[in-house]
Design a protein around this ligand. Structure first.
Ligand code: NDP
Length: 611
């Protein structure tokens, strides 16, 4: 049926044409959500510590590394050697900064790709837009969705190209940062006994850097082998990031969790282990991956500026904006292609916001029907296929893309233990209990994700002491408070990167690149104008916090209806100052990047006090 609105004509398909009834589906989504909402919300998880402290040891370095403590000075310290730190380093180099030191916990650059080497690890975002600096590096990845080893190697190449190895400190944990008022410098101390001074510090600690465990009863009683996916134990499983887990042939294995990580590694465990039990609380949306090698002819056809155009095209489409074509054309942008099919163009110009919201919901329903249909067509056992169907809107949880995961459930010896939204009940000496049944296993692999929404300094592992002894942990005890996500009053010359009240697109490295560009601009301005300090005014910070709160309410409405997860503070998204939403600008990444660009173009360093 066609509907005429003030400015445009659009078509709403009937339930018969759609193949489902939107009202019934909406109701089903609500029931599935309600089944999963828990009183304890985000506190259902426990920190990794005590008996599980070894879960975060670095398995990729030789034990016993020592070095002399450093007692010196550099111009900029960057904390974190993942893509954020590397991009900050690269952009600062481009701005002419010579003295840069990256401090990194791991034994090399790579961040999330240094730690996460589980079998099947690969990027879910097209690698031509995910790997940053491709034109600067004159590099094109081997595949559309490249695998983790190539990404890790690429991180090292960035480090070499921008000469970031020279002064880097690896295997080093920052323990504290303190502002020295007299010298207008930061003093950074580490677990290696270092005491370094720096004019500026930029922090890119990684938003998902601290693994977490479910606080289920008896977890410490289990006597078999255990590890978390972020430190895969190849000594136990055999094989490597490509799979071939040849030591699992006589093992009964449990994997707890079915998020983006599990979706990539389950096939490899299922095809190697004697038995695999996958404990599911909420099924992931598992869409087509269709990976393919990079076409050399396509590479030859690329014109200068191609990567930025592609990144912007993807970002604009995901933000609901208009583009002539969909350059990436994958499962991430599919909803927006569905939408374009209904409105005649992607933005649907002339539609009122409520008409647009209605059509977007329909496009989402269609997309998720397709995802559910995929589970049904691939998984042979009817009950298992049914349990694997996700009933929520596609962006309620991190969508996943994989062509092997669902097939795993057709393998002999693989069982999906669907817990009907309840999760595993407890653990015993011998195994895992779910739905009242004890599953005895030799090994439990926790694919249970990472801390999100806990206190910033808890996740970073160090506190920051600013002017007049004020501690960041105290200042942010009731939530984040920044200007544009970068700076907080009382902490001069200190920049945050990551989910600190910033706009972020699904292509996370895009955000890091925008942030790195911005930080390097401010540092460059400080150098050119010979400023000792740059510090946000309290007024500008308060203004941004208010903007964040009012914009978060837009997202809060969407997430309130979502199934629980870390995106919506485990179903407790009523308060937009808490959890993941608090860190993300509700107006969308496009709008946020424009704010930054206009601020730079203005040139007046608005909101910043300088001395
Ligand atoms: P997630 O937090 O996404 O998943 C954790 C899983 O553990 C969920 O399925 C959760 O269920 C489940 N779980 C938690 N507690 C229990 C319990 N008591 N019983 C049973 N199940 C439980 O972590 P991941 O490591 O999978 O992914 C984290 C993030 O890393 C992703 O969101 C993504 O951003 C990123 N990632 C990116 C990749 C890429 O390609 N670029 C690849 C992999 C990860 P429930 O859903 O019900 O909470």
């Amino acid at each position: 049926m066609s509907q005429q609105t003030t400015g445009s004509v659009y078509r709403v398909k009937s339930p018969a044409e759609l193949g489902f009834d939107p009202d019934q589906l909406r109701d089903k989504y609500r029931r599935e959500r309600d089944k999963r909402v828990r009183e304890d919300g985000p506190t259902q998880y426990r920190e990794i510590g005590a008996q599980f402290a070894h879960f975060v040891d670095d398995p990729y370095v030789e034990p016993g590394f020592t070095r002399e403590p450093l007692n010196d000075e550099v111009e900029v310290i960057v904390i974190g050697g993942g893509f954020g730190g590397l991009l900050a380093g690269a952009r600062l180099r481009e701005a002419g900064v010579k003295s840069i030191r990256i401090i990194e916990k791991g034994g090399d650059f790579g961040g999330t790709w240094y730690w996460n080497r589980y079998p099947g690890a690969a990027c879910d975002i097209e690698s031509y837009i995910y790997l940053p600096l491709l034109e600067e590096m004159n590099f094109v990845p081997k595949e559309k969705y490249t695998h983790a080893p190539e990404i890790l190697e690429y991180c090292s190449k960035i480090g070499q190209k921008y000469d970031l190895y020279a002064d880097a400190c690896f295997q080093t944990d920052v323990t504290a940062m303190e502002w020295d008022e007299e010298e207008s410098k930061w003093i950074v101390t580490t677990n290696r006994g270092d005491r370094m001074k720096a004019r500026f510090v930029a922090m890119s600690n990684g938003p998902l850097n601290k693994p977490k465990l479910p606080a289920v009863e008896g977890i410490e009683k289990y006597k078999g082998h255990t590890f978390h996916t972020s430190r895969w134990d190849y000594n136990y499983t055999g094989g490597d990031s490509n799979g071939n887990l040849n030591k699992l042939g006589d093992k009964r294995v449990a994997i707890i969790g079915t998020g983006a990580t599990a979706v990539q590694c389950v096939w490899h465990v299922g095809s190697a282990a004697k038995q695999l039990f996958v404990f599911q609380r909420t099924p992931s949306s598992v869409d087509v991956r269709a990976n393919r090698p990079t076409d050399p002819e396509w590479v030859k056809s690329l014109q200068p500026g191609w990567q930025k155009r592609r990144i912007d095209n993807f970002n604009t489409l995901l933000a609901g904006g208009e583009q002539d074509e969909d350059l990436v054309g994958d499962g991430w942008t599919h909803i927006f292609r569905n939408l374009a099919g209904m409105t005649g163009n992607i933005k649907g110009s002339g539609l009122t916001p409520s008409e647009m919201a209605k059509l977007t919901e329909l496009a989402d329903f269609e997309k998720m029907q397709e995802v559910r249909g995929r589970a049904e067509s691939i998984v042979k056992d009817k009950a298992t296929a049914e349990a694997l169907k996700p009933y929520y809107r596609q962006f309620c949880k991190r969508p996943t893309f994989d062509d092997k995961y669902l097939n795993t459930y057709n393998l002999p010896g693989v069982t999906l233990v669907d817990t009907q939204g309840k999760g595993v009940e407890r653990m015993t000496e011998k195994g895992v209990v779910a739905n009242g049944v004890e599953y005895e296993v030799d090994c439990v692999i926790f694919a249970t994700g990472f801390e999100v929404g806990t206190n910033y300094t808890q996740r970073s592992g160090y506190d920051i002491i600013g002017r007049n002894g004020i501690r960041l942990a105290d200042k942010w005890s009731d939530g984040l408070s920044t200007y544009h996500g970068f700076y907080t009053h009382g902490f001069p010359n200190c920049f945050f990167m990551g989910f600190t009240q910033t706009g972020f697109p699904p292509n996370f490295t895009h955000m890091l690149n925008e942030q790195a560009t911005h930080v390097s601009y401010v540092v460059q301005q400080a150098r050119e104008r010979k400023l000792a300090t740059v510090e946000v005014t309290q007024e500008a910070e308060d203004g941004w916090v208010n903007t964040m709160r009012s914009k978060a309410r837009l997202g809060a409405r969407f997430y309130k209806e979502c199934t629980p997860g870390y995106y919506n503070n485990e179903g407790k998204s009523d308060d937009p100052t808490k959890g993941f939403l608090a860190g993300s600008y509700g107006g969308g990444a496009d709008e946020f990047f424009n704010i930054l660009e206009n601020w730079r173009k203005d040139g007046g360093m608005k909101g910043i006090e300088t001395s």
